[in-house]
Design a protein around this ligand. Structure first.
Ligand code: 13P
Ligand code: SF4
Length: 303
């Protein structure tokens, strides 16, 4: 079956099942093109919490589908590929977090949404890359333990008076972007601006003209007068950058900015997931309730 035929079948099945397709900007282009909502982690969480659909098909990774199941327990949440995980989310276990909490009494725990439901359940509040600074500054504590992404924690620490204790996790895609590669892209494109995601290393972020979530990078690109922008995040974002700004040029800061997990889901996987209603993502109530508290506090503080 060709791409267009598969896309049409998916759209029809979505309508038949009163289902909504949520997709992250790192998904394959042909999936982005048929999504009901395309967004960054924050926008997709908000949509998952507010949708009137009966079924949420999540074109993203495990933690995103889990967050949807936590926020909307009465909906059926489907992740088309059960092996689409996020290695960053696996960089801390609930047990490790419990121990870190005990070692830092008085600290509030801010957990990046790129984490397991169980880790969220042991947290005070969640954050995404779009709202981390705001979330940290909203807390009534002087010390904040930020897990699992150390790069996001170190970046956030520049915009708060609070003491930030970063966890040692990292995203292999963004952390892999070296200052040398970023410099090479800059040298090869004089005059271009450099926009980077806060999951990148501090040395790379120090070279950036703009730092923000995928949604924020898209906004920056739309509003900037720059004709050329070097992009320091996963390459999937290029599709929307080019679509939204046909007259501007976007250059990936490295050819290696590809998240294998985000690319696992194909159109065929989405089609079979809708036909067979698989893989349904659920979170046990004893984990869902405290995890929901941490996520809902984040959504409230982001309004
Ligand atoms: P945002 O969607 O918050 O930009 O995060 C990027 C990411 O790595 C999602 O896995
Ligand atoms: Fe996880 Fe990084 Fe992939 Fe995002 S880009 S899903 S943080 S591994």
């Amino acid at each position: 079956m060709g791409i267009i035929e598969t896309q049409e079948k998916i759209r029809k099945l979505l309508a038949d099942r009163n289902a909504i397709l949520l997709a992250h900007y790192y998904q394959r282009n042909e999936i982005q093109d048929i999504a009901d909502i395309l967004g960054d982690s924050l926008a997709l969480s908000i949509e998952a919490s507010e949708t009137m659909a009966d079924v949420i098909v999540f074109a993203g990774v495990q933690f995103m589908a889990e967050s949807a199941a936590i926020l909307s327990p009465d909906k059926t949440v489907i992740l088309p590929r059960s092996d689409a995980g996020c290695p960053l989310a696996d960089k801390i276990t609930a047990e490790e977090l419990r121990k870190a909490r005990a070692e830092n009494p008085g600290a509030k725990v801010v957990t990046y949404v790129n984490s397991s439901a169980e880790t969220k359940a042991h947290s005070d509040i969640c954050c995404t890359s779009a709202n981390a600074v705001r979330i940290v500054n909203s807390l009534d504590a002087d010390t904040v333990l930020m897990v699992p992404d150390g790069n996001l924690a170190r970046y956030t620490s520049q915009f708060t008076e609070k003491k930030i204790i970063p966890w040692k996790g990292f995203c292999y895609v963004h952390d892999n972007l070296s200052p040398g590669e970023a410099q090479r892209a800059k040298d090869q494109n004089p005059g271009a601006l450099f926009a980077a995601h806060p999951e990148c290393r501090a040395e790379v972020l120090a070279m950036a003209d703009f730092v923000g979530s995928t949604g924020a990078i898209l906004k920056f690109a739309r509003e900037s007068d720059a004709e050329k922008i070097i992009v320091g995040t996963e390459k999937g974002i290029m599709h929307q950058l080019k679509k939204q700004n046909p007259d501007k040029t976007f250059i990936p800061a490295s050819d290696n900015l590809i998240c294998v997990d985000m690319k696992r889901i194909t159109l065929d996987d989405i089609l079979s997931s809708l036909l067979e209603m698989k893989h349904v993502v659920t979170v046990p109530e004893e984990i869902r309730i405290p995890a929901n508290l941490a996520l809902s506090r984040m959504l409230e503080a982001s309004k």
